[in-house]
Design a protein around this ligand. Structure first.
Ligand code: SF4
Ligand code: SF4
Length: 286
C-alpha cells in the first residue's frame, strides 16, 4: 500500500518550526514520497472540508504534527481518518528534518516499491482560529459518563450507541482542563495544556485525579461509588467527623458515632470552591 506523509503545520509563529516542516516536506518528496501539508491539526475547524479530504485518502498515513502522538492520532480518528493505516509522530522530538527522515518508518515507506520516482507535494490551506477542547482517547474510554456528568457546558453527549462523545467541543472553556482530572481512565487530553505532561497526552503518563472534582461527580449524580459501595445523596463529607470515602467523599458507615473526632476531610469546602471556580469560568464567558 502506498504511503502519504502528512505534515501538520504549527500555528505558532516560531520560524524554526516552519523551517523544519518545509525541510522535511522537501526531503520526503525527493525520496519519492507524496506529501500533504495541512494546518495545525488541533485547530482545524470541526466542520472543515480538510477533514473530509483527509478521510478520502486511500493510502497509509504517516502524520507529523506538533502534538504528542496519542492526541494527534485521537484527533484524526475522531474525524474517521486512518482506516488504511495510521502512525503519528511528534515533530518536537526531532532536532532536524533529516533525523525524522532517517527514522525507520520513513525508510520503510520509501523502499516499499509503491511510490513514484518523485513524490508530489500538495498543501491544504484555510484560515485557522485557535481552539480549546478535550481530545478523548476512545481506546481508553469506558463510557462511564463521569466527564459528561461533570461538565456543565454541554461539551459531552451520548451518541445513539450510548458512547460518550464530545459533540460540542467548542463549548469548552479555554484553559479549563478539569474533566481530564475527573476521568478515571486518563482518556481525556488537552494537547495545549503544557503545565501537565499527562494531560497533554505524553507517552506513558497517567493523569493525577483531582479528588474534589471526583467527589463533585458523586454529589451531583448520587451514583454508586465503586470504592465504598454507597449511593444516593452524598452526606456532608467530614462534617460529622470520622472517616470519609476518598473516592466519593461520603461518610463511611460505622464512624458516625464519633462526632468529636477531628474532620478528616474538607471535601465539601473543596467542592464548593470548585463549583465557584466553574461558575466564574461560565460567568466570564469566552
Ligand atoms: S470520564 Fe473518561 S472513561 Fe468516562 S466517559 Fe469520560 S472520557 Fe470516557
Ligand atoms: S474542560 Fe471544563 S468546560 Fe471543557 S469539557 Fe471539560 S469540564 Fe467541560
Amino acid at each position: 500500500m502506498a504511503t502519504t506523509i502528512i505534515i501538520a503545520r504549527s500555528s505558532s509563529d516560531k520560524p524554526e518550526r516552519a523551517s523544519l516542516e518545509q525541510e522535511l516536506a522537501e526531503l520526503c518528496v525527493a525520496r519519492g514520497l507524496d506529501v500533504l501539508l495541512v494546518p495545525d491539526l488541533y485547530h482545524i475547524a470541526e466542520n472543515s472540508e480538510i477533514w473530509e479530504e483527509l478521510a478520502r485518502l486511500r493510502d497509509r498515513a504517516l502524520v507529523f504534527s506538533w502534538m504528542y502522538p496519542r492526541p494527534a492520532e485521537c484527533v484524526l480518528r475522531r474525524h474517521r481518518i486512518g482506516d488504511n493505516g495510521l502512525q503519528t509522530f511528534d515533530l518536537a522530538s526531532y532536532e532536524a528534518a533529516q533525523e525524522a527522515l532517517e527514522a525507520p518508518h520513513l525508510s520503510l515507506a520509501a523502499s516499499d516499491g509503491s511510490q513514484t520516482p518523485g513524490g508530489a507535494l500538495k498543501e491544504l490551506q484555510e484560515p485557522i482560529s485557535p481552539r480549546w477542547y478535550p481530545v478523548v482517547d476512545r481506546s481508553r474510554c469506558t463510557d462511564c459518563q463521569h466527564c459528561l456528568q461533570f461538565c456543565i457546558f454541554g461539551v459531552y453527549e451520548l451518541d445513539d450507541a450510548g458512547r460518550v462523545v464530545a459533540t460540542n467541543p467548542d463549548n469548552c472553556k479555554p484553559g479549563c482542563p478539569a474533566c481530564a482530572r475527573v476521568c478515571p481512565n486518563s482518556a481525556i487530553m488537552f494537547p495545549l495544556f503544557t503545565d501537565d505532561d499527562a494531560i497533554c497526552g505524553a507517552p506513558g503518563k497517567l493523569v493525577t485525579l483531582d479528588a474534589p472534582a471526583r467527589r463533585m461527580y458523586y454529589v451531583r449524580t448520587g451514583k454508586r461509588c465503586p470504592e465504598c459501595g454507597q449511593e444516593g445523596e452524598a452526606t456532608p463529607a467530614g462534617s460529622q467527623g470520622g472517616k470519609v470515602c476518598p473516592e466519593c467523599g461520603r461518610q463511611l458507615p460505622g464512624r458516625l458515632e464519633a462526632p468529636d473526632e477531628p474532620r478528616e476531610s474538607n471535601a465539601l469546602d473543596e467542592i464548593d470552591a470548585l463549583i465557584d471556580e466553574l461558575d466564574d469560568i461560565a460567568g466570564g464567558g469566552q
